[in-house]
Design a protein around this ligand. Structure first.
Ligand SMILES: CC(C)(COP(=O)(O)OP(=O)(O)OC[C@H]1O[C@@H](n2cnc3c(N)ncnc32)[C@H](O)[C@@H]1OP(=O)(O)O)[C@@H](O)C(=O)NCCC(=O)NCCS
Length: 187
């Protein structure tokens, strides 16, 4: 995934509205693993409440999730992750890499995850993460992603960034519940 690495080491500084602090979007480092895991869990607990069982969401383990993230970040072949930070604290992230779908062309890319600290939903931080990732892609790259069919907020967000449903659906079993998902595609 070297082709998608940002050329500068410092990331992009974005000045937000007067009420909100500045955020920076930069490539993730392995040392971000635990902070990413914390955002990942809090964002799941907010977005999937009512879709997945409370016991499952409340039992998500930050230590195990942090270990998982460290493994991914240590293996760049898996993909590239960008984080958004506010005053050095990770508040969001986006991961992208080769598509894991069986029917995918080898050049197809997949956005594996985009998650924000719930207090920053609607702040523009996710928009900057998405714009940064998309700007790093080869021209006309085909990018897919999966999202829960019921996740209206994420579906709206993806449409805003040029993705549309490609007609493929699947059922994921998560926490003992069957979660219908839809695939979106851009390019
Ligand atoms: C998905 C996510 C990254 C998007 O970031 P965000 O800051 O919330 O996105 P934005 O506010 O820029 O865009 C969301 C859009 O959905 C709209 N929206 C909000 N709630 C909605 C709802 N219940 N139904 C439909 N649209 C909704 C917003 O008004 C906005 O539309 P606009 O751009 O036309 O104003 C963020 O919400 C998040 O982390 N969610 C939890 C994790 C998640 O679901 N990740 C995706 C997994 S596939």
């Amino acid at each position: 995934m070297r082709a998608f690495a940002l050329s500068g080491p410092c990331g992009t500084l974005v000045r937000m509205s007067a009420e909100r602090p500045e955020h920076i979007v930069r490539p993730a480092a392995a040392t971000d693993a635990e902070a990413i895991a914390g955002v990942h869990i809090r964002s799941w607990q907010s977005a999937y409440r009512g879709m997945l069982p409370d016991e499952y969401l409340d039992g998500l383990d930050p230590v195990a999730r942090g270990r998982w993230w460290r493994t991914q970040l240590d293996h760049p072949d898996w993909g590239t992750t960008w984080v958004a930070t506010v005053e050095d604290a990770v508040v969001g992230f986006l991961s992208l890499g080769p598509s894991r779908d069986e029917d995918a062309d080898p050049r197809t890319l997949e956005i594996f995850s985009v998650y924000l600290e719930p207090s920053l939903f609607g702040s523009g931080v996710a928009r900057d993460l998405m714009r940064t990732a998309l700007a790093e892609l080869p021209a006309r790259a085909s990018v897919t992603l999966w999202t829960a069919a019921e996740n209206e907020r994420s579906r709206h967000f993806y449409r805003r960034h040029g993705f549309s449903p490609d007609g493929t659906e699947r059922i994921e079993e998560i926490g003992g519940t069957e979660l219908p998902e839809v695939r979106y595609r851009r390019g």
